[in-house]
Write a protein of this length. Structure first.
Length: 319
């Protein structure tokens, strides 16, 4: 099969290799995969990963220990737990210390013609959700995770920092419970996407106009510098939620966190079912975030394209 493989020594290459096989797991033929900022950061050293990149996908089950799954169009939760620890026993493998993570940690990913995942990780895609929408399920689930962690409602003042792919989805998800979400970004053309979805936007350069105003500030920019902006925006006793994953070190004055008793919380992967429901009901319509669809065989150029200024979501067509 064709696959887009990264190695820290040899870089990013399109390769031919055998179809993946893991005993007792499902084999999925990938139809569409999405390039996200985490994939780009991995090529700069994040997570020390070597292998096939990619964790956002939609595909068709070719083989599965659960026979009813065969032929289904599916998306897949990316964390595969050990199945033996307390967390796995509670049905949540996202923090299993022995987990593998699709395209990120000890498991080849979705930038290939085929991938494997445990059958329990797969969710059937509703018929009314096309592939180019379903492929957003993983980052949309990450956005939904915020509402699982925090009881944000219409009475809160909420800011999102970062006008990229994840920031756009986070703002749209939070707007389902709070009509006054403000998305801060550096790019007027990207902010137009949020404005067209009814989100209030502001240039990050104007953040000083709303200092210490927000109950919740969600950092999605992918930049280590944005945490300092978040500390300027959050009110005393407010909460900062970190969504960005990047390899760079963060230089930060911590005294405001102590003096203002700020809560800083990490937020990672979310459950897919709520995201699929939002997509099926068309509450969230992410198609406007697609900048380009490339063939898997053109994957190296697609990754370069995804890093260019002004580009949002680049998709890889595998099947």
């Amino acid at each position: 099969m064709k696959a887009l493989r990264f190695d820290p020594d040899s870089g990013l290459k399109l390769v031919q290799q055998p179809e993946p096989y893991r005993e007792d797991e499902a084999l999925v033929r990938v139809t569409l995969a999405g390039i996200c900022s985490t994939d780009l950061h991995i090529t700069r050293g994040y997570a020390s990963f070597a292998g096939i990149l990619g964790h956002e996908f939609v595909g068709v089950v070719e083989r599965s220990p659960v026979k009813s799954q065969i032929g289904q169009r599916v998306v897949g939760e990316i964390n595969a737990g050990c199945g033996r620890c307390d967390l796995c026993g509670e049905g949540d493998s996202r923090h299993c210390v022995n987990r593998t993570v699709l395209g990120i940690h000890n498991r080849d990913g979705a930038f290939a013609e085929f991938l494997t995942l445990p059958a329990q990780n797969l969710l059937q895609v509703p018929d009314n959700v096309p592939d180019e929408v379903a492929v957003f399920c993983e980052p949309l689930a990450a956005a939904c995770q915020i509402l699982e962690q925090e009881s944000i409602n219409a009475g809160h003042c909420v800011a999102v920092i970062g006008d990229g792919k994840l920031g756009q989805l986070v703002a749209r998800v939070l707007a389902t419970v709070n009509p006054n979400v403000v998305l801060f970004g550096k790019h007027a053309d990207k902010l137009k996407h949020a404005s067209s979805s009814g989100i209030t936007t502001a240039l990050a350069s104007n953040a000083d106009l709303q200092l210490r105003s927000f109950d919740y500030v969600i950092e999605c920019s992918g930049s280590p510098l944005a945490l300092a902006t978040a500390l300027k925006l959050v009110r005393p006793k407010g909460t900062i939620i970190l969504k960005s994953t990047f390899h760079d070190e963060v230089m930060l004055e911590t005294w405001p966190i102590v003096v203002d008793e700020i809560t800083v919380r990490g937020s990672r992967c979310g459950r897919f079912a709520p995201a699929l429901e939002l997509l099926s009901k068309r509450t969230i319509k992410p198609q406007d975030l697609i900048s380009e669809v490339c063939d898997l065989g053109d994957g190296v150029r697609a990754m370069e394209r995804a890093e260019q200024a002004g580009v949002l979501k680049v998709l890889l067509k595998a099947g």
